[in-house]
Design a protein around this ligand. Structure first.
Ligand SMILES: NC(=O)c1ccc[n+]([C@@H]2O[C@H](COP(=O)([O-])OP(=O)(O)OC[C@H]3O[C@@H](n4cnc5c(N)ncnc54)[C@H](O)[C@@H]3O)[C@@H](O)[C@H]2O)c1
Length: 350
């Protein structure tokens, strides 16, 4: 079996905590290079994981011919240029979420991947939760009937990630909408079967994040530098007649510390997919309301699972486990919320 050689672009939090250990678990993979604009960060990660080459400029790293795969864990604004450069250098790409900031960037990434004949996958790790895989099968078997409405929430009371990567628009492209909204939107939209997007309306607001009297449970952030929304909500209509709401925030005056959940409503059954507690399926039989709980599912590290699926697809010459065309629709929705918020109008898609 081929031994895949991997190089990293970005060696911060998610690279060190989730991706590096994921690659290390696989026998037919070797991480041989890491690049980060902060040399000390690249150096520390290289030392911790025994990686021979470090770079501060990823373009130099891309010159290494034996690298087959690039794992992009840099801020969102770096995703598109880094992926396109990687394809031009003949590498496969797995890239952290959101795949990019705008639909145009994602289209350019897809075009570059096709031109190079190399795989592109967005690291949407929530799709790899065991309960998500089971629910997907249940829905595909038709057990929910026609799903005509869904809700997706990624709401936090006081959990704002203080790093520049998340609060400076130049790096992130947006706030909770692009950071955590993308996770729950991608998951619920995928469970719905990725219907074609028809229109999006929404708001993206900065209400609390610039206030000195508002605290964060993940530490202080630079109020002056903060230039993204702290709350967003959207209403999405699909070409098949279904619709969906999305709500996301870093800071919201609510009881719970965090709600990360999806709900899907079909003609035969409804689904509740919360975080940390078993999902439930609601039906009616013989005029009796039934609740089915999915219990006893294993807890697996989903980032490791997404990396394993990516390598398996390469080994078996299968398509990208997270098709980038699906990620493009997700970014269209999020971009649609920002555009609708600016214009005050519904954004239509052809
Ligand atoms: N899937 C998840 O659960 C999850 C969780 C956190 C972050 N993320 C995503 O991962 C990405 C990184 O987030 P993070 O939390 O690791 O942020 P981070 O700030 O901890 O790390 C980002 C790293 O990228 C480096 N960097 C910046 N520009 C670069 C460039 N041009 N070339 C190489 N390196 C560069 C920075 O120096 C930093 O070390 C973001 O896209 C974020 O949305 C995903």
């Amino acid at each position: 079996m081929k031994k895949w050689k991997v190089g990293f672009i970005g060696a911060g939090g998610i690279a060190r905590i989730a991706h590096m250990p994921g690659w290390k678990k696989l026998e037919n993979v070797e991480v041989i290079a890491v690049s980060d604009i902060r040399e000390e960060v690249a150096g520390a990660v290289a030392k911790e994981f025994g990686i021979p080459h470090i770079f501060t400029d990823y373009r130099k790293m891309l010159e290494i011919k034996e690298i087959d795969i690039i794992d992009i864990c840099a801020p969102n604004a770096v995703h598109a240029p880094a992926a396109i450069a990687s394809f031009e250098a003949g590498k496969h790409v797995i890239c952290e979420k959101p795949l990019a900031i705008t639909p145009g960037e994602v289209e350019d990434m897809i075009a570059a991947s096709k031109k190079a004949g190399k795989m592109l996958m967005c690291a949407q790790n929530h799709r790899f939760r065991p309960e998500a895989r089971i629910l997907k099968k249940i829905i595909e078997k038709g057990e929910c009937g026609e799903i005509y409405y869904a809700r997706a929430y990624a709401l936090r009371r006081r959990l704002l990630p203080p790093a520049p990567t998340f609060i400076k628009k130049e790096l992130s492209g947006g706030g909770p909408c692009l950071d955590i909204g993308v996770h729950i939107l991608d998951l619920v939209y995928w469970l719905m079967g990725n219907p074609k997007v028809k229109s999006v309306s929404g708001v993206a607001l900065t209400k609390l994040a610039k206030r000195e009297d508002i605290h964060g449970d993940w530490g202080e952030w630079d109020r002056k530098a903060y230039n993204v929304e702290d709350f967003a909500a959207g209403y999405i209509k699909f070409a098949n007649g279904a619709s969906m709401t999305l709500e996301c925030s870093f800071l919201l005056n609510m009881k719970e510390s965090e709600i990360f959940a999806g709900q899907l409503f079909g003609t035969e059954a409804g689904i509740s997919l919360p975080w940390g507690v078993p999902p439930e399926i609601y039906t009616e039989k013989n005029r009796t309301f039934m609740i089915k709980q999915l219990v006893g599912l294993p807890q697996i590290p989903t980032h490791h699972e997404e990396i394993r699926a990516f390598v398996e697809a390469l080994d078996k010459k299968k398509p990208s486990p997270v098709p980038p065309e699906q990620s493009l629709e997700v970014i269209k929705i999020l971009d649609g919320i920002y555009r609708s918020s600016r214009s005050g109008k519904e954004v239509q898609f052809k």
